[in-house]
Write a protein that binds this ligand. Sequence first.
Ligand code: MG
Ligand code: ZN
Length: 214
Amino acid sequence: MEIKILKDILGANEQIAAKNRELLEKNKVFCVNIMASPGAGKTSFVLQTIKALKGKFKIGVIEGDISSSIDAETVAKEGVPVVQINTGGECHLEAIQIQNALNNLPLADIDLLLIENVGNLVCPAEFNLGEHLKVLIASVPEGDDKPFKYPLMFTTVDALVLNKTDLLPYVKFNVDNFVKTIKNINARAEIFKVSCTTGDGVSEWAKWLKSRIK
Ligand code: MG
Ligand code: ZN
């Protein structure tokens, strides 16, 4: 019984995600769903991506959080249109919330839409939003064993960004093993090593994203 309910929810979500994708394509908007655990640096990554690409693309942002508008206020300072979704307790974003957010964004004036999902490595992986790319941010302090603990998330994404590389001298984290593990479970994922604090590696990510948009 419970399994049937879950299937129905996901089925409805897929239908709305397909409609979102249609609306995005109609408006020539390329959409990226950014997922990570809380504190991995999603908002800093959004800010770095805006700084790297705002001369080339008109960028918009959807911020997903259980509560508050702290991240949306931070991002709005960059002068880009932002919509905050408060899920009111839900630990992931669903396509219907994105549909609502899309109706509140100037889509004709956006080329690149960044969605910051709710901080969680489990269910965001199960809910398509209509995005073109799924990106996971893993961070050095979380440890290099996360791909084993959250396999669905790590196998679902198109790109994996290892953030906080500036902390590598202080934390036990084997980058080679981490990269090898990702390649074993998700061969198509592009892997980037960045520090949103120093800006290291951001240009490689921005260059790749730019190539995907074209
Ligand atoms: Mg955030
Ligand atoms: Zn959830």
